[in-house]
Design a protein around this ligand. Sequence first.
Ligand code: HPA
Length: 293
Amino acid sequence: MTCFDQVAEAAAFLKVRLASLNPRIGIVLGSGLGAVADAVTDPVVVPYAEIPHFPRSTVEGHVGRIVAGLLGGVPVVVMQGRVHFYEGYSPEEVTFPLRVLGALGIRAVVLTCAAGGIAEGYSVGQLVALSDHINLMGWNPLIGPNEPRFAFRPGAGLRFPDMTEAYSKALRSLAKQAASEEGFALDEGVYLAVSGPSFETPAEIRAFRALGATLVGMSTVPETIVARHMGIEVLGLACVANLAAGMGATTLSHQEVFAVGRQVEHRLARLLERLAPRIAALVETEKNEEKQP
Ligand code: HPA
């Protein structure tokens, strides 16, 4: 069975479970950021284990279920927990959930994650919108034969997808506006992805700073690449879970990352509740523009 067929099977299964919901927005929740799922009303909960071919997360803080319902009054599908390359999953498995979101008809995805802060000005617990990324994972999820059937909008599904605006400027500006209404500023940052699972050395962090990175993490980038391949718009939101290696007085631990996530998750939930109807309006406008001759 090809990956495309497996994705189609998983999506068909979910469509039945989601009934008439018809979400256009997907949200992927990172370490400790599960509260967004609790803000979903009339939820339909589907554990990953029930979905055909779906990978299961082995990391503490990643629950592993889909919560679909209304957020801020608009239909969304939330992935509570993701799988990572460092868990031993293949690139295809890591990005499988995003492919399923594409097949469900998702037009915009919010990818959230915990990250280490490299920029001097960041404080622990702050949220940062990704403006760009640097892929130092050592691989790309699109390696292998191109599958043009994964195009869910005109012009998508290309062998060489453009990455000039991997993270949508329009979504970022909506997010900044919503954050300022919530009473906080949303900085922009460049996310550098490593495979993990070891945290970085201080020398690596100095090197990454010289390369132009302001955040470092072990996820998000493969999902962004696959989303762009399918023509899905991406908003990346990182929670600065710790100062990157060598910058703070302490050593790094997953417990700390998880604990900071728990402090920030409610602010993130309020932001996304405010943001979801605006993202929905934006993707609807774009869809109508596509229909024009
Ligand atoms: N490095 C990599 N990934 C991370 C970090 C970090 O410091 N914090 C949270 N995720």
